[in-house]
Design a protein around this ligand. Sequence first.
Ligand code: NG1
Ligand code: ZN
Length: 552
Amino acid sequence: SSMKEAVTKLAAAHPRAQGAVYRYGTAGFREAAEVLDAVFVRVGMLSWVRALSTRANVGLMVTASHNPHRDNGVKLVDPDGGMLSQSWESFATDLCNAQEDKVADVLERICNEIGVDLAAKTPSDIHVFVGWDTRTHSPRLADLAAQGIESVGGAAERIGVVTTPILHHCVRSSNMPEEAELASVEGYRTKLGRAFATLVRTAKPSPAPQLVVDAAFGVGGPCFEALLASLDNEVRPKAEIRNVPTGEAAKAQEEADKLNNGVGAEHVQKKLLFPEQVPNLPDERGVRCCSFDGDADRIVYYRAMGESDSLNLFDGDKIACLYTYFIQMQMAALPDALTSGVKVGCIQTAYANGASTEYITKKLKVDAPRTKTGVKHLHHKAVEYDVGVYFEANGHGTVLFGREFISRLREAAPGLEDDATASAAVETLLALEQLINQATGDAMADLLAVEAILRADSMSLDDWDGFYTDLPSRQLKCQVADRTAIKTSDDESRVLEPASLQDAIDSLVAQYKSGRAFARPSGTEDAVRVYAEADTSAAADELATKVLQAVF
Ligand code: NG1
Ligand code: ZN
């Protein structure tokens, strides 16, 4: 057929790189940008098959997040705004590794398997949202994806340069009748702006504190500038955005290479170092700072403290604790009828600082279950709660509000007019659900939520920092011949194979006060990661180093 010809022609025009083996992993496909042409046309095709099989809009995001500028990648977004269903990952892998003249056949096999007829007449309003980041090669790769979509008769809706969470938002809301009008970049800003204003206006008026934002030379820079500009003057945070490309053509390559290089959330959280330009010491000692990662789905806060200007980090764990604390406070203000049977949880991974878990379970009396590393595991657990907070220590996280609980609050609101405290709590919770991204971690939404909560509760950074003191910790990684030789327990806190490695870790940990350590193979990099905690940072460093030596 002519569609088969179009597919084969496009695949032949963009062949796989020699010797390349592609795999759709936790973060989609992620490789050096120059070997990805074939992947993009084929993932484009598959995204349309996914849209047809779900009879809904889906999304395709072009980014390699916190990786260096030479890399790029692609992730598919399901109709609910979540990540591509795991059962489809092997379809993506198969299609991308097929020989050029077999692409049409593999596509046909996938369609047969899931019962999709590419030739049938399709509803005219279904499309694939395509978004891309600021990498210099992203627009071209996004265009290849769109060509892939069109080659199989699909419709691509190019939404342009966006953060990953904006793309997730567009997909999710486009498939919800009551939110469909917000399924655009402007709609995203409108939704966040409204919710943020509601939260800030319920707070006692106080001047917005100075905030310095490190955009990591990524897409968060231009997107956050636009979001800030769209907010009402009276509520707009006093934020200064740094590490944003100037847009001068002559400097384009130089600035591209700065992406995630000594800047951004990954740098700050993993290395415990300040990014370039943020803060400017000594003038900005103590000033509130935060860093996004390259596609702005992660955020961490920090400031320079003490005489030595050491880094005082507010990582994902501390943001999760702030959210959980504030949500519990609202819950306490609601009448029993609204909270009976309502479950709040805060989901973490083995990387969560032990002090944060203790704060959540002992002080806040909230469940803090742990899952495997990777957002999808946290997300799946969080939906088991009516309010499920989840965060990775690296700053990726969000709060999921159950539909039933939200309906309960909406229905109760009009009857609470005589109870000012309860009605303010309902309004606050409903606004939080609107502000905090319900599909994925979102640096811009989390920034606004943190700022709103601190303002609403008249909290200073000292107050927030005082929730608990992080146990000193250290993360290291190393490359080994075969990282898959290491097998871990379900929560990744223990090595099952080789057993001798866990024995070695146990005897090392026993030598340190408040010691805890684990090693696991990375799911996204060719590396084994080591994490250690102990009572002093020198001890945590030493324990991590010794465990790393045991891994070798
Ligand atoms: P791996 O490489 O499996 O550790 C990393 C992060 C995860 C998650 C994924 C991206 C750490 C220790 N690990 O996974 O938290 O963000 O990348 O999906 O930060
Ligand atoms: Zn990211």
